[in-house]
Design a binder for this molecule. Structure first.
Ligand code: FAD
Length: 416
């Protein structure tokens, strides 16, 4: 069924009885051309682009729980391409371009809202760094504008401009950045892939791989062995655990990241703001809730909930930037498991096992990457070579000495 104004009006007159389930609930077949492990944003996007761009439809997405239960439905919904390094910037710009056409492509309202992302700076040296970043963005075809503090005040008069410790000296604005309704992205990609013939199998955990003579020929599940010519592991926070079953250890640690939502308030924040003197980012949802987050919890964990000290830390950062936030009541706090790589950048690559591919290491920036990640993973699976914008995301870049250390933090996953 194609969604359109006409179909909504028609269904309205028929008591909305004609809508069908958005995707099928198939039993898995014995074999596929490609199996994707993990029905998060990246796995589902890969399935969509395999079918729509490469015409490869004999594909299964195997999800251990339900579609959208992972980080794709837990993030703070921010999209942007304000990266500095050449290994990253073209990839994230490709992602923004795919976001811009996503709703037409998948015929689903994902509420893509290019409301702007503003990174604040608080010192002269930080301004220099942001100027460099902005220039790098412009060179790769992205948009970037440098604002002084008076221009920031016009957008956001409620910020604490008098803060003696963290004076707001200006900001780097990317107007094409913004927010997207996170779980609609999972549903939209799932629906589109399903309509093109991809099997999405929920409640189907992959418990092992079928690997003989260094060739992966399929996976083991509660439905038995399912064969595939190629298998892509796309499980975000579970990357290390799943790849360990194939005997591969990764330069990835799992950490918890929390998100926060307040009660609904009148509109005060029109776009996304990041605080340059601490780790804090905030936007306001269409329902009025302030949606914000900060640092990871700082210890390794596979739990989808975090600790109280980081809640205090994030709220303190919020108070330093926007003191009125102290009067808002927090409605919800939750956590997700981050696949933190050692340089803060991701992987989209073949592994040393024939037929086994890996997508992961997204840290807490993987939502914005979803379309480009799916697009480039599909390209890799279809052509057996990396897409040009994802060529730097190789698994052996640490061995070769080509880290993509966007933040300049070194091999410190807790700092990326
Ligand atoms: C609180 C929070 C805030 C964030 N904010 C942002 C943000 O504002 N902007 C941004 O760009 N990024 C953000 N992120 C990061 C982003 O959400 C992730 O990087 C991205 O969603 C990860 O990719 P995914 O959607 O494929 O992961 P997931 O949705 O986690 O998908 C992985 C799937 O694999 C499944 N799985 C695991 N093991 C198996 C198995 N053995 N067999 C089968 N299936 C399996 C899981 O159940 C899960 O559904 C945030 C994350 C969190 C938690």
């Amino acid at each position: 069924m194609k969604y359109s104004l006409l179909s909504i009006i028609k269904e309205g007159f028929k008591g909305n009885k004609g809508w069908k389930p958005v995707w099928r609930n198939p039993e898995p077949k014995k074999s596929y051309d490609i199996i994707i492990i993990g029905g998060g944003g990246h796995g589902l996007a890969t399935a969509h682009y395999l079918a729509s761009v490469h015409g490869i439809k004999n594909v299964a997405v195997l999800e251990k729980s339900w579609i959208g239960c992972g980080n794709v439905g837990r993030n703070t919904t921010i999209i942007r391409s304000n990266y500095l390094l050449k290994g990253n910037q073209p990839f994230y710009e490709k992602s923004i371009q795919l976001w811009e056409n996503l709703e037409q492509d998948i015929n689903f309202n994902a509420m893509v809202s290019q409301r702007g992302v503003l990174n604040l700076f608080h010192s002269d040296s930080q301004r220099d760094e942001f100027v460099r970043r902005g220039n790098s963005m412009l060179i790769s075809g992205a948009d970037a504008e440098l604002l002084d503090s008076e221009e920031v005040r016009k957008f956001y008069p409620k910020l604490d401009f008098k803060n003696a410790r963290f004076p707001i000296k200006g900001g780097l604005l990317q107007k094409r950045g913004g927010t997207v309704r996170h779980d609609a992205v999972a549903w939209g990609y799932a629906r589109s892939a399903d309509q093109r013939g991809v099997d999405i199998v929920q409640q189907c955990e992959v418990i092992d791989f079928d690997i003989k003579k260094n060739i992966c020929t399929g996976v083991k599940t509660r439905f038995g062995t399912i064969n595939a010519k190629k298998t892509l592991v796309c499980v975000a926070g579970s990357s290390s655990r799943v790849m360990a079953k194939a005997g591969i250890s990764l330069p990835i640690e799992s950490h918890v990241l929390q998100a926060f939502v307040t009660e609904g308030l009148k509109p005060i924040i029109s776009g996304v703001i990041t605080f340059g003197a601490g780790h804090f980012y905030i936007s306001q949802s269409n329902k009025g809730g302030l949606v914000f987050g900060g640092d990871i919890d700082g210890y390794n964990s596979y739990a989808q909930r975090g600790s109280l000290p980081i809640i205090e830390n994030v709220c303190e950062s919020g108070m330093a930037l926007l003191p009125m936030i102290g009067k808002a009541r927090l409605l919800r706090v939750w956590g997700g498991v981050m696949d933190m790589s050692m340089d803060g950048s991701p992987f989209i690559d073949k592994t040393k096992i024939d037929g086994l591919y890996f997508n992961g290491g997204w840290c807490y920036g993987g939502f914005k990457a979803t379309p480009a990640s799916g697009y480039c993973s599909a390209y890799l699976l279809a052509n057996d070579r990396p897409h040009t914008v994802a060529a730097a995301y190789s698994l052996d870049r640490f061995r070769q000495g080509f880290m993509i250390d966007e933040k300049g933090m070194g091999a410190q996953p807790n700092l990326h």
